[in-house]
Design a protein around this ligand. Structure first.
Ligand code: GLY
Ligand code: MN
Ligand code: MN
Length: 383
C-alpha cells in the first residue's frame, strides 16, 4: 500500500503498483477555460495542493505560471531540479509544462509573461508576494478565488482509489484501538494506537491530528487528546483519518463507556439520526445546503439546535477541508465525483458531546460510503 511518499523532502516517489497512476492530463486546459471565462489572461498558482493537482509536483516550493501565450511554467528551486521534471513526466504533463529553476519566481516569470492585462493570483497569496508580482508585472492583479479548488472538487477514479484506501486504513485503525475504550486508558494512548495502526497499514500518516476526546472534552469539536483517563459513563469522540499518496480520509465515531445516562443516550440517538438523514440526502443535483438542512432539522426538532455549532460537512481530497462546503447557504450543487463528509454533532460545554462522520463519494444516482466502521456507540464495561 505504501506509495508515492509525497513529502517535500522525499526522493522522487514510486507509485505503488496497486494504484492506477495519477495523471493530470487535461487539468491545465480546464483551468485555462475557467480563466478565459473570467477574462484573466495569465495566472499564478502556488498553493501546494493546487500545484500538485495541476502538475504532480510535490515539492515545498513550486509556482505554476499560466502564460497568456498558452505556455505554462513550473518555477521551483535547485533542490527540485531533478524531482520536478521526473514527477511531471510521471503525471503526464512534462510536454505541457516547462520546469524553470530560479530563485525568484515573480522576476523570472515576469520576463516570460508578455502583454498581460489581468493577472490572476490565488486568495492565499501573502501580501509581500502580491506586492512582488504587482511590481514585476505591468498588469492589474485580480483574485483567482477557488479556480483550481473548484476543479479539484470532482475526483477522478485514480484519486478515488487512494481515498478509498485511506478510508479502509482508518476503519482498520479504529478496529485496532476500540478495545482500548475502557476506564483508565488515556486519550493520548488511544491516539497513539490509532496513529501507529495508520502508519503500520502503509499510509504516509494521519490525515490530520487524530482526535480522541472523552467526558467533558468531547464537548470540544476539535479537542486535542490529553492525558485524561477515560471513565465509566463518558462520551468519547474519535475522529480519525489517513493519508495515502497525498489523499485523505475523514471519519468520526462517538461512543459511551457502559450504559449511557438519559442525556448521553439522547445525544447519541439524535446525532446518529441526523447523520443518517444527511447521508440519505446526498445525490447529484442537490445543493450542499440541503444536506446541511437535512442534518440540522433532526437536531433542531430534538431541541438541540443551539448545540450544533459547526457546518454539516466539507469536501476532502489532497486537503482535509476543501470544496464543496456543506453549510447553510452553500449553493454548490453536488455532482458525481464529489467526495464530502457528513458530520453533524452536538456539544454541551462542560458536560460532553458527540459527532458522527462519514466520507462519501457522489455517484451517478446517489452516493457510496467510503468509511465503513460500524456505528455501535455503547461499549460494554465488562469485556
Ligand atoms: N477531522 C477534521 C474534520 O472532521 O473536519
Ligand atoms: Mn470532517
Ligand atoms: Mn473528522
Amino acid at each position: 500500500m505504501r506509495s508515492s511518499a509525497g513529502s517535500a523532502d522525499s526522493p522522487v516517489p514510486a507509485t505503488a503498483p496497486s494504484f492506477p497512476p495519477l495523471r493530470v492530463d487535461g487539468r491545465l486546459g480546464r483551468l485555462r477555460h475557467r480563466l478565459a471565462e473570467e477574462d484573466v489572461d495569465a495566472a499564478v498558482i502556488s498553493q501546494p495542493a493546487n500545484v500538485r493537482w495541476l502538475t504532480g509536483f510535490t515539492g515545498s516550493n513550486g509556482t505554476v505560471v499560466v502564460l497568456g501565450s498558452g505556455e505554462t511554467l513550473l518555477v521551483t528551486d535547485s533542490r527540485y531540479a531533478e524531482q520536478a521534471p521526473a514527477q511531471l513526466a510521471e503525471a503526464g504533463c512534462l510536454d505541457e509544462v516547462e520546469v524553470v529553476v530560479a530563485r525568484r519566481a515573480a522576476h523570472t516569470a515576469a520576463e516570460r509573461l508578455g502583454a498581460v492585462t489581468r493577472l490572476g493570483l490565488e486568495d492565499s497569496v501573502a501580501w509581500a508576494e502580491q506586492i512582488r508580482w504587482s511590481e514585476a508585472v505591468d498588469a492589474s492583479t485580480v483574485p483567482l478565488t477557488e479556480a483550481v479548488e473548484g476543479l479539484r472538487a470532482v475526483k477522478d477514479p485514480a484519486e478515488l482509489t487512494r481515498m478509498q484506501a485511506a478510508a479502509r486504513i482508518a476503519d482498520g485503525a479504529l478496529a485496532a484501538a476500540e478495545p482500548m475504550l475502557r476506564p483508565g486508558v488515556t486519550e493520548a494512548e488511544i491516539q497513539q494506537t490509532l496513529d501507529d495502526a495508520i502508519r503500520a497499514s502503509g499510509a504516509s500518516g494521519p490525515a490530520y491530528e487524530t482526535i480522541v476526546a472523552s467526558g467533558p472534552n468531547s464537548a470540544l469539536p476539535h479537542a486535542r487528546p490529553t492525558d485524561r483517563k477515560l471513565q465509566a459513563g463518558d462520551l468519547v469522540v474519535v475522529d480519525v483519518g489517513a493519508e495515502v499518496d497525498g489523499y485523505r480520509s475523514d471519519m468520526t465515531r462517538s461512543f459511551v463507556l457502559g450504559d449511557p445516562d438519559e442525556q448521553a443516550a439522547a445525544v447519541l440517538e439524535v446525532v446518529g439520526r441526523s447523520q443518517s438523514a444527511g447521508v440519505e440526502a446526498v445525490r447529484p443535483g442537490v445543493e450542499a445546503s440541503e444536506i446541511d438542512g437535512a442534518c440540522r432539522s433532526v437536531i433542531d426538532e430534538a431541541g438541540m439546535g443551539e448545540a450544533f455549532v459547526h457546518g454539516s460537512g466539507h469536501g476532502v481530497g489532497l486537503d482535509i477541508h476543501e470544496l464543496p462546503r456543506v453549510v447553510s447557504g452553500s449553493t454548490a450543487v453536488l455532482e458525481p465525483g464529489n467526495v464530502l463528509t457528513v458530520e453533524p454533532g452536538v456539544y454541551f460545554p462542560g458536560v460532553g458531546g458527540a459527532r458522527v462522520e462519514d466520507l462519501l463519494v457522489v455517484t451517478d444516482h446517489g452516493c457510496r460510503q467510503l468509511t465503513l466502521y460500524p456505528k455501535a456507540p455503547v461499549v460494554p464495561l465488562a469485556r
